[in-house]
Design a protein around this ligand. Structure first.
Ligand SMILES: Cc1cc2nc3c(=O)[nH]c(=O)nc-3n(C[C@H](O)[C@H](O)[C@H](O)COP(=O)(O)O)c2cc1C
Length: 174
């Protein structure tokens, strides 16, 4: 793809659902969080929290909550992005519900790209029972799980994918 290293990175990011037993270091996790920390957020308030889960029993509980998706149980690390509207309610009131979900989503998207740049693999997990994830993590009331990222060393090359194509996405208006 044209456009230099950033566009190459975008092309390299693919969903990977199968992982080797290779570890993800604390340093790598730190770099992922640096990427999140650079993401835009509502009012700069960063209204989300990220929970890191390494323990296999805990990952198994998260996998159960995600309709038994094996990628969640198999990856050595799972990052759970949770909206935390209480960080901006004083400023944005009801709108902070939406803003915090957007903040968590953007941070997770930045994180996916950082994971790719580090030579690691991940997949966005959005299909899960929010209540069960909250229970598995013992989340405080008000925190809303938005996305999970199982992270590890990919063990399989992703299949070719088809997309709508860039031109189909844009509707230029008068
Ligand atoms: C909001 C959202 C929810 C998703 N939920 C899941 C999921 O629960 N399990 C899964 O394996 N993939 C999930 N995916 C990954 C998509 O299936 C994947 O991004 C899509 O097929 C395109 O493939 P690519 O990521 O390789 O480009 C989700 C992606 C998004 C953005």
């Amino acid at each position: 793809m044209e456009g230099g290293p950033f566009f190459r990175l975008l092309g390299q990011r693919r969903s990977v659902r199968s992982f080797t037993s290779g570890v993800v270091s604390d340093k790598q996790v730190g770099m992922m969080m640096e990427a999140c920390d650079m993401a835009p957020s509502s009012g700069g308030l960063q209204t989300y929290e990220v929970y890191g889960v390494r323990k296999s029993e805990s990952r198994r509980r998260l996998s159960d909550a995600a309709h038994d998706q094996e990628s969640v149980a198999q990856a050595p690390l799972v990052l759970v992005f949770c909206a935390n509207p209480s960080r901006s309610e004083h400023k944005y009131g009801e709108r902070s519900q939406l803003f915090s979900v957007q903040d968590a989503t953007i941070a997770a998207a930045y994180c996916q790209l950082a994971i790719t740049a580090l030579g690691l693999a991940t997949v966005w997990i959005g299909a899960f029972d929010e209540k069960k994830v909250s229970q598995a993590l013992g989340l405080a009331p008000g925190l809303r799980p938005v996305a999970m990222l199982p992270v590890g060393h990919g063990s399989r090359k992703p299949d070719e994918k088809t997309t709508r194509g860039a031109a189909d996405l844009l509707h230029m208006m008068e």
